[in-house]
Ligand binder design. Structure first.
Ligand code: MG
Length: 258
């Protein structure tokens, strides 16, 4: 099933679609991620609504250096332990919303990533049980002010700016997270292309590792790391992250220092 969140007739609603790329949205009452949604009985066309980020996340936990080819391009070694950091919920934007290039940076980069949406509270779960706690998957872009990251020595601040966490366009349930194609285009040119089978820590291992220390709750998001091909974006660009079974998340880049 495909879940969307959108603005319709002045209110924010969730809806569901039969397939990614579908246009008919069945309107829901309640929040499907929290398990309390029911059909409203009405349906709308995707063209009649303004699509929003497919959820309002709680925590956003992200992992760095989770693909071997990206580790190689960073010039850093493979991490001894998972490199986890947090992005604030205030950094989230939805499809078609602009990534604002901050005046503090001269090197903002895209990072296409599979985003995991938690659906059931996970505390100290095993890798074998981990996937049962996942609601679904969406496209994420772990936008990073790379110059600030390098100067800072830790990643959180450089990845925390407003608009630096595009998510969407929808949440797909029932996917196998171990074999999804992830790609990124900037202005139509392919910059990143990999498969989640190449992750060093699988989605199940990440949920287990994180939940051993930090309880994951419905609506929390895990960004699972980016493959090789990260690179600069500048005002005027359009960044598009595509994940098989989910669709394409497109965001323009605009200047924040006008
Ligand atoms: Mg990242």
């Amino acid at each position: 099933m495909i879940y969307a969140r959108f603005e319709w007739r002045g209110s924010v609603r969730y809806g569901r679609m039969r397939s990614a790329g579908g246009t008919r949205i069945e309107v829901l009452m309640g929040n499907p991620i929290e398990g309390d949604a029911a059909l409203d009985g009405r349906a709308v066309d995707a063209g009649e609504v303004r699509m929003l980020a497919p959820l309002v996340p709680g925590k956003i936990v992200a992992v760095g250096r989770n693909y071997g080819d990206h580790i190689a391009e960073t010039g850093m070694g493979a991490p001894v332990v998972p490199r986890l950091f947090f992005k604030p919920p205030s950094s989230v934007i939805g499809p078609a919303e602009p990534i604002v290039y901050p005046g503090q940076s001269r090197q903002v980069e895209h990072e296409a990533e599979l985003a995991v949406v938690i659906g059931r509270t996970a505390r100290k779960v095993s890798p074998e049980q981990a996937l049962r706690h996942i609601f679904g998957y969406t496209c994420g872009n772990d936008v990073t002010a790379r110059d600030i990251q390098k100067a800072d020595g830790q990643p959180s601040w450089a990845k925390a700016f407003d608009t630096f966490c595009p998510l969407g366009p929808v949440i797909a349930t029932g996917l196998d997270p171990t074999g999804l194609d992830v790609s990124c285009h900037v202005n139509g040119t392919l910059t990143q292309h990999a498969n989640t089978s190449l992750m060093l820590m699988s989605v199940a291992d990440l949920v287990a590792y994180i939940s051993a220390a930090v309880t994951l709750e419905p609506g929390d998001v895990i960004l699972t790391g980016t493959p090789a091909g990260v690179g600069p974006i500048t005002p005027g660009d359009e960044v598009a992250v595509t994940i098989a079974g989910v669709g394409t998340l497109r965001n323009p880049v605009v200047s924040g220092s006008q």
